[in-house]
Write a protein that binds this ligand. Sequence first.
Ligand code: GKR
Ligand code: MG
Length: 435
Amino acid sequence: MNHAPAAQLQAHLNQARITGVTITPVAFKDPPLLNTVGVHEPFALRAIVEVHTDAGVSGFGETYGDAGHIARLKLAADSLPGTDIFNINSMRVAIIHALHQDTIEGGHGMSGMVTGSSTGDRVLSAFDVAALDIQGKLLGRPVSDLLGGAVREAIQFSGYLFYKWAAHPGQAGDAWGEALDPTGIVRQARTMVDRYGFGALKLKAGVFPPEEEIAAIQALRGEFPDLPLRIDPNAAWTVETSIRVGKELDGVLEYLEDPTPGIDGMAAVRREVGMPLATNMCVVSFADVAPAVAAGAVDVILSDHHFWGGLRRSQFLAGITETFGLGLSMHSNSHLGISLAAMVHLAAATPTLDYACDTHWPWKDPAEDVIKHGALKFRDGAVEVPTGPGLGIEVDRDALERLHRQYLDCGIRSRDDTGYMQRINSSYQLQSPRW
Ligand code: GKR
Ligand code: MG
């Protein structure tokens, strides 16, 4: 038997230590999508994290692009050289140590809608994904294999509907057009379903009085009698309003997502409403799980590897939800292809993730990404799990440079939906709950 290839692989793996990290902030065009804290700015920010090793192989992760988050990523990156790329536990310890005396302000990347997540997990996530990308490339196996193996070949996503303006003030309109009433939302949903084949729909609510949003859901139900529907007002409603809406839409929705703020509020709604309650706001870190379970606050947790500490720790969350008989879905924010690939590998290797995952993908200009075209395609509302080594995608370095230039030129340094809205409408006030 010839042991030479095995010996070569061993030598290669022995060398896989981190030599450095490159963090590249990027900006990509974003339409004026409305939510309960304001409106999306003309550009969304992300940070692309490339981890280099002495094996000559590098890997990528994608995360929030807010200035505070980038400052923390840099602190973390400085602590990693010398770490074995197969030892994500050591990376985590180094990162948490590096952040120990962190006095950096802000950097949550979610415009105030998710603020209680663990800073260490939020920072670790992009490094975890990059490490798994490298491990997969070294071993010639997809990331889903490193997570225990894919249990599905394609991942179902939901069509994420937003109320929106026709255009950012002073700019030309986008192809989606305006959606400010049930007719506009149904038109948007029809385009999304025809274009991507989504088999579930989610409405971002908390923008208009609840009656108008109930009407939009009823209009969607009329147009798409068989599709599961969800509504997510990001805690814009009081407990009383949530109960009223929950009763009215019982039997119409698959789940009701974050109607009201906090674990106690959600628990009060859940006692009165028959359908499942879901969250990506009151359970956003491991510290929130026990109080939420004790209070009986939710039925479904929307995981998100960007703030749950990466892919392995998101699987750890999946184990917890399974243990407590909770459902598992997946949350998203505006993102590019590296994140989509990571979401797909995670969902593929998480057997209990039964709901269609959220994605902001349709809202991105298809011409803008940091990955080469072709690896990730939607068919019948799903993305096939890449089978190539690592994340199974290739970063387009010219595109990365272009989107970095766009970041430098756009002037936005932190996501601020509320500030942008207030610049357009000076009487706009942040309020939660609003109705
Ligand atoms: O993109 O405006 C948005 C969403 O509202 C996002 O920021 C939320 O974090 O999609 C998210 C959610 O489900 O809450
Ligand atoms: Mg949500």
